[in-house]
Design a protein around this ligand. Structure first.
Ligand SMILES: [Zn+2]
Length: 159
């Protein structure tokens, strides 16, 4: 009986919560997934105001505060948001992001956290060849997985 209990506890401890994609866009115009208690937003292309770093958009746009042109930043950013889509305080958070490229190759990067924003670096070429981001995070001993983007569709060979 003790062994059975141990196995049950082990299974519960290793459960991952898988995300459901929401139809609406997030506050930074990125794709957004629900992870039970909170949401995660991915901003793949970062355009940021040099004077207002909090103004982040996925499109090449102008700053809503001063009308300045937003500058491109070579990153993918992720935001954890509460039910009201406000940014959560990030503590006890760790994880990795696996980026799958259009040709089927992949790279895995440890997440970095600066000013309450999760990010990984990605080159211009990486942005252009981006296919999917599989985000695995551990927060307060719970594991979460969110898959952004679409799986690769294998096409027939050309001759
Ligand atoms: Zn600005």
């Amino acid at each position: 009986m003790k062994e059975v209990l141990f196995i049950v506890a082990f299974l519960i401890g290793s459960i991952s919560i898988y995300a459901q994609q929401l139809s609406k866009k997030g506050p930074h115009e990125g794709d957004i997934f629900s992870l039970d208690d909170f949401h995660i937003e991915m901003v793949k292309e970062i355009y940021r105001c040099l004077l207002h770093p909090e103004i982040v958009r996925e499109k090449n746009d102008i700053c809503i505060k001063d009308g300045a042109k937003l500058e491109r930043d070579k990153k993918i950013e992720f935001y954890l948001l509460n039910e009201d889509f406000k940014e959560l305080e990030l503590s006890n958070l760790e994880g990795r992001v696996r980026i799958v490229f259009k040709d089927g190759t992949a790279t895995s990067k440890k997440i970095r956290i600066d000013n309450n924003v999760i990010w990984i670096p990605l080159s211009n070429n990486g942005h252009n060849e981006f296919q999917q981001a599989i985000v695995k995070i551990k927060l307060n001993d719970e594991k979460y997985t969110a898959t952004f983007g679409h799986p690769i569709i294998h096409k027939g060979h050309h001759h």
